[in-house]
Design a protein. Structure first.
Length: 334
């Protein structure tokens, strides 16, 4: 009898490395400022095409996502093929420029529609903050336009990347009065929780991604997404429960696929997921899974309108989850 062989788990997304270099970002932005969007694309697209051709893991992850999306929503209108993965990569390239334009003040006020932001504006007027769960979708930085429309809104974005501080310096150089701040974290420890609690108490908003299991995560929960079960982080919901504040979902997407023009077609979508997050002691895991499922369903609705706007180029449905070393209740109490 031959011994059974357990297939290796998919690598954690953070182990795949960063492929965005600060110097390259600044150079490409300079190309846009001097020559315009078309020369920018002419410079960036060959880089994207090379990355697409040489990174089979990212290409396969894109195809897997598009196939599941089409089977679940029919939003592409045809069976996805490899050319659709290239369009997916190019959509991400366009989003890179839009991110830089958003934080540098290069996007006009009229380039963004918004739906559902009234709740956040009301909280800001009351001096209250909230936790915002978002994802690697669209151009989150365009919410800066909303912040300019409604003075006083400040957004702190938690990211799990060592490039956060360098990216902050770029944002500061491009737009010193930028209301969006990136905070690098590996895990939400007590010190980080105190920092975020202070920001929420001051009426600021804290945004955290809800579609990637963090580098260090003692627990993840399952939820169905595009017809298949995946693992989801619990951080946004635990954080909202600890801070005793409302939980919102937010994304800024260019609907209808890739479009020409600077930022044309973007819509900021905001939805209140819970006025208060409660995690019962004897049913915490079930409550966390319910919140994750609600967020996953919200993402599905957005992606049905903007199928190329989700930028997770790794095996999402096979995310490696570190083993738990303690019971969920004990983790939460600590």
């Amino acid at each position: 009898m031959q011994p059974s062989i357990t297939p290796p788990a998919a690598p954690h997304w953070a182990s795949l490395g960063e492929h965005t270099f600060v110097a390259g970002v600044r150079l490409l932005f300079w190309v846009y400022r001097v020559l315009g969007r078309l020369p920018f694309r002419l410079c960036l697209y060959p880089v994207v095409a090379y990355y697409w051709a040489t990174r089979g893991d990212a290409r396969r992850a894109s195809l897997d996502y598009l196939q599941k999306l089409e089977a679940s929503t029919g939003s592409l209108g045809h069976a996805p093929a490899w050319r659709d993965t290239l369009r997916h990569f190019l959509s991400f390239a366009d989003a890179i420029l839009d991110k830089l334009l958003a934080v540098s003040g290069g996007m006009p006020q009229g380039s963004l529609r918004s739906e559902g932001e009234e709740g956040l504006v009301a909280l800001c007027a009351q001096g209250r903050g909230a936790v915002i769960v978002t994802g690697h979708i669209g151009c989150m930085e365009l919410c800066r336009i909303s912040a300019e429309r409604h003075r006083g809104i400040r957004l702190n974005v938690l990211v799990h990347t060592r490039h956060a501080e360098r990216f902050n310096r770029i944002l500061q150089q491009l737009h010193p009065d930028n209301e969006v701040r990136f905070i690098q974290v590996t895990e939400v420890n007590p010190a980080t929780a105190m920092l975020l609690a202070d920001k929420v108490a001051q009426g600021e908003f804290v945004a955290i991604a809800g579609d990637r299991v963090p580098v260090r995560q003692s627990m993840a929960v399952p939820a169905r997404f595009l017809g298949h079960e995946a693992q989801w982080p619990v951080g946004p919901y635990v954080l909202a429960a600890l801070l005793k504040c409302p939980l919102y979902a937010m994304a800024c997407v260019r609907e209808g696929g890739m479009q020409g023009g600077d930022g044309g077609g973007y819509t900021l979508r905001v939805q209140c997921l819970a006025e208060e997050v409660r995690l019962p002691r004897h049913a915490r895991r079930e409550a966390l899974a319910a919140h994750a499922q609600q967020f996953a369903g919200w993402l599905e609705v957005l992606l049905a309108r903007a199928p190329l706007a989700w930028f997770n180029f790794f095996p999402f449905w096979a995310q490696a989850v570190p083993p738990r070393t303690a019971q969920p209740d004990r983790d939460h109490d600590r």
